[in-house]
Design a protein around this ligand. Structure first.
Ligand SMILES: [Fe+2]
Length: 133
């Protein structure tokens, strides 16, 4: 699935955060595969749970890092994290059974997140850290 692949452009110059973000790409590929092959309900729910675990763990690490570095726009950034996690939870509980809408919504949510948040918002704190060295 060549649609989403990790490139250096996604890097925030922090190995731990980058490796956590690589996990998001892997989770996305698994979800995409389940959706495209119309697999059973039972297969996508654990991946959604992993996605929620990823958000909890990664966002906490990233927020701690921003705090340590004195990133001034942390409050707005945390709100975006919370909103993303909330959207995943809503999707999980809105669609009890797998259907095409869930797949499309999830794929769009994650693709938009990678392009808007990781490249847009996460880059801002990476640039801030770089400029304050
Ligand atoms: Fe972030």
């Amino acid at each position: 699935m060549p649609l989403l692949k990790w490139y250096d452009i996604y890097s925030v110059d922090n190995e731990t955060l980058d490796s956590q973000n690589r996990m998001l790409f892997d989770l996305f590929k698994r979800l995409y595969d389940i959706c495209m092959h119309n697999r059973d309900d039972i297969e996508y729910l654990p991946v959604l749970d992993e996605l929620l675990e990823y958000t909890a763990h990664h966002f906490l690490s990233e927020e701690k890092y921003m705090q340590e570095k004195g990133y001034p726009d942390i409050t707005g950034h945390v709100q975006l994290h919370n909103e993303f996690a909330r959207n995943i939870i809503v999707l999980k509980y809105t669609y009890e059974f797998k259907n095409i809408e869930l797949c499309l919504d999830l794929i769009l949510l994650i693709v938009n997140w990678i392009h808007d948040h990781i490249i847009g918002e996460d880059k801002k704190f990476a640039d801030y850290v770089k400029s304050s060295r």
